[in-house]
Design a protein around this ligand. Structure first.
Ligand SMILES: N[C@@H](CCC(=O)N[C@@H](CS)C(=O)NCC(=O)O)C(=O)O
Length: 229
């Protein structure tokens, strides 16, 4: 059984979508980052980085004792291998998927996170940072749009690369970023949005929380500001 430590953010949505896609047996532990629940000592033992998401596999297939895993990319890869889904078996197929998974983890995710921070959440305007991350966001959207030309999905069949990228694109789209100028990206976005597992995952998230993570009250817990407490 997989225990998912979850809040309703883009990185949190990745394993929830994956669990819906694979049907792996799981339970959800809510970690409300707006209330600083990710900063507790007990959560630190599961996620050394004290950010969500994290999982604990209570019955790993290799017979080991329960294993905690943090970092959403590592979690997706683990769940793909655990379920035999959404990650090809061949070395070349795996490499194609993993390069886009790492592109999301190292490039798209951090860039869109900083873009959101400086354009929506920052307590004061920082025009240089807004411009820098807006420009890089557009460049990365262009890279993704180019990769999706003539392809239904990012790396061959639907895979953990799509699962990793989708929640961030959805978050930006909901925040007002227009996808129409990137026709391949927009088509892919509609296709993934229509997947039953994706719909189920967002319906579950909406039942849990519909308020933004960063409010005046929550600001002191987030963005590492209280992480050393
Ligand atoms: N690279 C990490 C990023 C995790 C992350 O930034 N999680 C956010 C929510 S999306 C969080 O826990 N924020 C709380 C904070 O920064 O204090 C991953 O992909 O798992």
């Amino acid at each position: 059984m997989i225990e998912l430590f979850f809040w309703t953010t883009p990185n949190g949505m990745k394993p929830l979508i994956m669990l819906e896609e694979t049907g792996l047996d799981h339970t959800i532990q809510l970690v409300n980052i707006s209330r600083g629940e990710h900063l507790s000592q007990s959560f630190r033992r599961i996620s050394a980085n004290q950010k969500i998401p994290a999982i604990v596999d209570h019955a790993p297939l290799d017979g080991n004792t329960a294993i905690p895993i943090f970092e959403s990319g590592a979690i997706l890869q683990y769940l793909a291998e655990r379920s035999g889904s959404l990650l090809p078996q061949t070395p070349s197929g795996r490499a194609q998927v993993l390069q886009w998974l790492y592109w999301q983890m190292a490039g798209l995710g951090p860039t869109l996170g900083q873009f959101m921070h400086f354009s929506v959440y920052a307590s004061e305007p920082v025009p240089y940072a807004q411009g820098r991350f807006s420009q890089e966001k557009e460049r990365l959207f262009g890279v993704l749009n180019g990769q999706l030309a003539g392809r239904d999905f990012i790396a061959g069949d639907y895979s953990i690369a799509d699962v990793a990228v989708y929640p961030w694109i959805r978050r930006l789209e909901r925040e007002g970023s227009h996808l129409e100028g990137h026709c391949n990206l927009n088509r892919w976005y509609q296709t993934v949005s229509d997947r039953p597992a994706v719909k189920r995952a967002y319906a579950r998230a909406d039942d849990i929380n519909t308020t933004p993570s960063i409010t005046t009250a929550s600001r002191r817990f987030l963005i590492g500001s209280a992480a050393a407490a």
